[in-house]
Design a protein around this ligand. Structure first.
Ligand SMILES: Cc1ncc(COP(=O)(O)O)c(C=O)c1O
Length: 395
């Protein structure tokens, strides 16, 4: 301690107030595992097949600029985002390779069409009304706007109906400032190769087949996201659009695909307090858990504001020091509690893995919470810093 002689007695100030800037909660992102997952996808599509990396929602919570850069380093040149605003944010945070393309999936509002031109983003076209505005805006700007026509073959979310698709495609070809960059659709249950996926694919190929026959031109066609990439090779077409598989989870958590993908995110926090409680002591809001006997309880510094869903209350597992424990009591905004049983090894400062390679998977936690891994990944909040790692995540 520095000499304090001459100072009036006061609070003791630690000498090393800035010694440890590590955050209590963090999301460690393994670039190695991301590239491994890309290689797994290429194993089944063929190494030269075009892949659109889906980096919407900040790359499912992993960090869109860093994920995009890593995928580019492995040769990916197509990227999908939710809307033009995400595309602009990505372009501002990361200088894309000159030949990389960005497609925004949302249907455009007229007031946003200029942004696509200005920022070089491919636009999803779903109706004739958008063609008129898009063409006029592109003409006024003296530029060509690249568009992809979305066909709603049964997802019921966005797109032109198969019955109206030919007229829309015709109008795109007649619009002098629009260039057709592709035609695509999206499956409602792509993990199931037969049934409705087969019907959707048939509807889609009828539209694209008619267009290609009529014009004598080939056009980029794509349909498969993670589910159909694995379940339905005939839907791979000219390009596939993986999201969740790239991030090391599966489209259906209760029925994982055989692909040996690895988690890309480890969501972890820190034990900040350990105490002993007697039998019958209750823990957290609404007293949903009572100790069945004398227990050691750890308090961990992550709660629902960090992305640990409240629906996980009394359902999740947490790994500390390689051992798995039950999360107990209502999940609070900033902390959760963990039943250590009679364990005497866990101490304040220990790392607690909420999901990732050293703990339960996001898929297992999602099943416990009654949701899907997609939602858990996207929920890891802004106050949790992302730490990017090359090399083995354990090194
Ligand atoms: C249009 C579109 N394509 C591809 C994907 C990627 O889906 P997944 O994460 O299941 O691979 C999504 C995700 O919702 C999407 O909306």
């Amino acid at each position: 301690m520095a000499a304090r002689s001459g100072l009036a007695a006061g609070p003791i100030i630690p000498e090393t107030v800035t010694a440890d800037l590590h955050h209590l909660s963090e999301a460690v992102i393994s670039i190695d595992n991301l590239l491994h997952n890309l290689a797994c996808i290429r194993e089944i599509t063929g190494s030269t097949h075009r892949i659109m990396g889906i980096v919407k929602a900040n790359a499912y919570g992993h960090g869109a600029p860093e994920v995009t850069a890593a995928l580019e380093s492995a040769g990916v040149r197509d990227f999908g985002v939710a809307n033009v605003h995400e595309a602009i944010e990505l372009r501002q945070a990361h200088r894309l390779q000159g030949d990389s393309r960005l497609l925004a999936f949302a249907a455009p509002l007229p007031q946003h069409i200029g942004l696509y031109l200005e920022h070089g983003v491919e636009m999803t076209l779903c109706d004739l009304a958008s063609i008129e505005s898009a063409s006029a805006i592109a003409a006024a700007g003296g530029g060509m706007l690249r568009v992809q026509v979305k066909v709603d073959t049964g997802m019921g979310r966005l797109g032109v109906s198969p019955a109206d698709a030919a007229a829309l495609l015709d109008a795109v070809d007649r619009a002098p400032n629009l260039e057709l960059a592709g035609i695509y659709t999206h499956f409602a249950e792509g993990h199931d190769a037969n049934g409705f996926t087969a019907i959707q694919l048939e509807r889609f190929l009828a539209v694209t087949g008619e267009y290609e026959r009529k014009t004598g031109r080939r056009v980029l066609k794509h349909a498969a996201s993670s589910g159909a990439i694995v379940s339905k090779p005939s839907a791979h077409l000219d390009m596939v659009r993986p999201g969740i598989l790239l991030y090391g989870c599966h489209p259906v958590d209760s029925n994982p695909t055989p692909l040996p993908v690895k988690p890309v995110m480890q969501f972890q926090s820190t034990v900040i307090f350990v105490k002993e409680v007697p039998e019958g002591a209750t823990v957290s809001y609404n007293r949903t858990w009572a100790a069945p006997g004398p227990r050691r309880i750890a308090t961990v510094a992550a709660g629902y504001a960090d992305g640990f869903h409240r629906a996980l209350t009394n359902r999740a597992k947490v790994s500390i020091g390689g051992r798995t424990f039950d999360q107990i009591g209502t999940v609070t905004m900033d902390q959760i509690m963990v039943d250590l049983g009679e364990d005497r090894t866990v101490q304040p400062g220990d790392t607690a893995v909420l999901f990732g390679w050293d703990g339960p998977s996001a898929g297992q936690q999602a099943l416990a919470a009654g949701t899907i891994s997609y939602e858990l990944l996207c929920s890891v909040s802004r106050r949790v810093p992302r730490l990017f790692r090359n090399g083995s995540p354990r090194s």
